[in-house]
Design a protein around this ligand. Structure first.
Ligand code: ARG
Length: 502
């Protein structure tokens, strides 16, 4: 049977070719059989399809569309199909047909009543959403693990001064805590994007049938409730054809993976500079060079972003220009998103483990923190605070920067700033600020401590950020737990309903 021609279910074929149980001979095979089939990839939605079949069957019985006794037989057969497992499914273009065939094989033609008032179009759309919502929660949970690790390590390093970079050049000193919290802030938005995508994924298209609804007196809200959806995708044409939620889910994963790739890249560079020592558990070695300790886990994490971006791009490319309502292209739209969600989840957990176990080398970081006259901005700020226009202060320090070297003592560097001030303004430095204040501003730790604006690196400012981050993580963890509880409660309700028929 095709969904364009719902027809009636035929008797299972006596020859034992199970394909004919649900499909007419004309469409039962041929050279394109393999090409048409998504059965292998559909393993990802095997459990989802069973749940969808159960909820739909329960609803059909409740609405008096299928007898309770037949519903019971179907539900028992579904249990048996589940126990046999996906690998035992042989016949059918996809898991939906294959499960229906397996049910018909077990109980005869009445098994085909399961497909009353639905199509594979709404069925597959429901299965994808059912599966993807769990994946999104799993990725969101991994982001919480990573954020916890970032906050934990940050809280131990609020005073640990390190160089901050722009254009890969030393720019201004900051702290390890401030650096790590910059990623916590980014990953927090990834959690939000994933949870937000979940809201739109978790809507039921079931009951849309092929796209044009059904004359049967179905209850779409009931199947939605039994499956743990927070409502339906109402318009039946939208419901069966929409896959924007796949684009949203894959983009949320790709955006997270992109953030992870930046964190991974930084840590690869930091371990190269001796700023951090990765734990052996997150490193690998060379098969030929015995001395090597390589940051392979971080490199793989960085690499996952490429695949994730590819998945998001591929999804949008596949969807672009598709006419309403259903087109078979859609069969290729979803398999990749489950895989990429899993890869991104794993990469997020690995990043969390690598961050949690890496050692930050405080002495090396402190040494490097002042390199490249990284306190120059602080000195310019000091001159501006002393009354000079910031642009003039900038000019003075830029002139000094031509001669200041990493080997200069604070006194020597301050003398150079004095010289530059005289050159630019014809006045000595002391007209504006004291030499001691300039020397202090040249100290990376003092420079960091002075930048106490909201969200800045000064330890007090970071203490506020830490508290906010901890509260945000807790709130997101509660949201996540509530989603999980709601899904678990729905699964229990469905089990109880099924039990009342079998
Ligand atoms: N396996 C198909 C998919 O994933 C099911 C829908 C087939 N529908 C159709 N009208 N041919 O999209």
């Amino acid at each position: 049977m095709t969904d364009d021609d719902p027809g009636t279910v035929r008797d299972a074929d006596a020859t034992g070719d199970p394909d004919t149980a649900v499909r007419r001979d004309r469409f039962s095979g041929g050279p394109a059989r393999e090409f048409l089939s998504s059965l292998a990839a559909d393993e990802a939605i095997f459990a989802a399809d069973l749940a969808v079949d159960r909820a739909h069957t329960v609803m059909l019985a409740e609405q008096g569309i299928v007898d309770d006794a037949v519903a019971g037989e179907i539900l028992v057969a579904l249990d048996d199909v589940e126990s046999a497992g996906h690998d035992e499914l042989t016949a059918g273009e996809d898991v939906h047909e294959a499960i229906e065939t397996a049910v018909i094989d077990r109980i005869g033609p009445d098994g085909g009543r399961m497909h009353t008032a639905r199509s594979r179009n709404d069925e597959v759309a429901t299965c994808i959403r059912y599966r993807l919502r769990e994946d999104l929660l799993a990725v969101a949970e991994a982001t919480l693990t990573l954020r916890e690790a970032l906050v934990e390590v940050a809280s131990e390093h609020t005073e640990a001064v390190m160089p901050g970079y722009t254009h890969l050049q030393p720019a201004q000193p900051t702290t390890v805590a401030h650096y790590l919290l910059s990623y916590e802030g980014g990953i927090a938005r990834d959690t939000a994007r994933l949870l937000d995508a979940y809201e739109r994924v978790n809507r039921s298209p079931l009951g849309a049938a092929a796209f044009a609804g059904t004359p049967f007196d179905i209850d779409r809200d009931r199947t939605a409730e039994l499956l743990g959806f927070d409502g339906t995708v109402r318009n039946s044409m939208d419901a069966s054809s929409a896959r924007d939620f796949l684009a949203e889910g894959s983009t949320a994963c790709a955006t997270l993976a992109t953030a992870l790739s930046g964190l991974a890249e930084d840590c690869i560079v930091f371990s190269n500079k001796g700023f951090i020592e990765l734990s052996d558990a997150y490193s690998s070695t060379s098969s030929i060079m015995p001395q090597k300790k390589n940051p392979d886990t971080l490199e793989l994490t960085r690499g996952v972003a490429g695949d994730a971006i590819g998945e998001a791009t591929g999804t949008l490319s596949l969807l672009k220009g598709l006419p309403r309502a259903y087109n078979r292209d859609l069969q290729r739209a979803h398999a990749g998103v489950f895989e990429i969600a899993d890869d991104v989840r794993e990469a997020t957990e690995i990043a969390a483990g690598a961050v949690a176990t890496a050692e930050w080398n405080g002495a090396t970081l402190a040494d490097a923190a002042g390199d490249g006259f990284s306190t120059a901005t602080g000195v310019a700020d000091l001159l501006a605070m002393g009354g000079l226009p910031f642009r003039t202060a900038h000019e003075i320090v830029a002139a000094a920067a031509e001669t200041v070297s990493d080997d200069d003592t604070p006194a020597a560097a301050a003398a150079k700033v004095d010289e530059a001030t005289r050159k630019v303004t014809d006045e000595p430095l002391s007209t504006h600020v004291s030499r001691e204040d300039v020397e202090a501003a040249l100290d990376p730790a003092a420079s960091v401590a002075s930048r106490d604006s909201a969200g800045g690196p000064a330890p007090e400012a970071v203490a506020d950020e830490l508290a906010t981050a901890e509260a945000d993580i807790e709130a997101d963890a509660e949201t996540l737990a509530a989603r999980r509880e709601s899904l678990a409660a729905a699964a229990e309700r469905l089990d109880a309903e099924v039990a009342s028929y079998v």
